[in-house]
Ligand binder design. Structure first.
Ligand SMILES: Nc1ncnc2c1ncn2[C@@H]1O[C@H](COP(=O)(O)OP(=O)(O)OP(=O)(O)O)[C@@H](O)[C@H]1O
Length: 259
């Protein structure tokens, strides 16, 4: 079976310090995975290894069965993996529509060839319109990104992240900074726009993780402590032990406190 994403004995050290210590994980197409773990456990490092920002010290990352080792982030993106970077993908002085069209053109591999640009433009306009509806920003067509609310900017960012049709999507704390009601609307939106896609999120808010993920990967001290359904993870004594103090109650409740 080919998995959408596979990590094989993945390791990363900075100097002599081992941060990721032999992670094995196989994620089937269409599964939504929440990555949780105490502060400093290695979650961001893991994301950076998967998206090609860091080169593994040893081990493999496979995307749709293809080894990613040595590939640059933009090459990995073209192979079907897209990562959001909390607003930084957005051009503040472009409109919602223009931002999404840029995302589409970039994903089409548009390389400033004027004739190719013209040929692609109709398709790109159509796709940008479709994305705008998907992320519920169709009423904001001409609004400059800088003038959107924070939650709308995050929605635009998701639109740009999925613009190229990548089948594996990585989201860093997608609801960080949102109010409770914005958060639940946003979880619904993420679920809608990622139907059929493989989704990985790094998230501190347990309410978001338990609301979004089919499976939860628990990373502790650079190792995968558990990879299971939210119910099984919540009941796992090893996981509870890793989350000392109030976070145990939080885990059990699947509440909205940060871990
Ligand atoms: N580029 C780097 N060079 C050296 N050490 C690093 C580097 N990046 C991360 N680390 C170290 O690796 C460890 C894991 O960091 P990482 O950011 O991956 O953890 P995390 O689980 O995402 O933490 P948090 O939940 O606090 O964001 C930390 O001790 C951090 O200091």
């Amino acid at each position: 079976m080919t998995f959408a994403l596979e990590l094989k004995d993945l390791r990363k050290s900075f100097g002599k310090t081992a941060i990721i210590r032999g992670i094995n994980l196989a994620v089937p197409q269409g599964e939504r995975v929440g990555i949780i773990g105490p502060n400093g456990a290695g979650k961001s490092t893991l994301f950076n290894l998967i998206s090609g920002r860091f080169e593994p010290t040893s081990g493999d990352v496979l995307l749709n069965g293809q080894r990613l080792n040595g590939k640059k982030p933009f090459e990995i993106n073209r192979m079907g993996l897209s990562r959001s970077f909390q607003i930084t993908n957005i051009f503040p002085k472009l409109s919602v529509f223009e931002n999404l069209r840029c995302g589409v053109l970039w994903s089409l591999g548009y390389r400033y060839t004027f004739l190719k640009f013209l040929a692609d433009l109709d398709d790109a306009n159509e796709r940008a319109d479709e994305l705008m509806k998907m992320v519920k920003l169709d009423k904001k067509h001409d609004v400059l990104a800088i003038n959107l609310t924070y939650a709308e900017q995050r929605a635009l960012e998701i639109g740009i992240t999925i613009a190229g049709g990548a089948n594996v999507i990585l989201l860093d704390e997608p609801t960080a900074g949102m109010s409770k009601s914005e958060t639940s609307r946003f979880i619904k939106l993420i679920k809608e726009v990622t139907v059929g896609k493989t989704l990985l999120t790094v998230e501190h808010d347990m309410g978001v993780v338990f609301g979004l993920a089919d499976k939860i990967a628990v990373v502790v001290y650079g190792e995968l402590l558990a990879y299971d359904t939210p119910e099984a993870v919540r009941a796992n004594p090893l996981v509870q032990e890793a989350y000392l103090g109030s976070s145990v109650a939080d885990l059990q409740a699947g509440g909205h406190q940060a871990c």
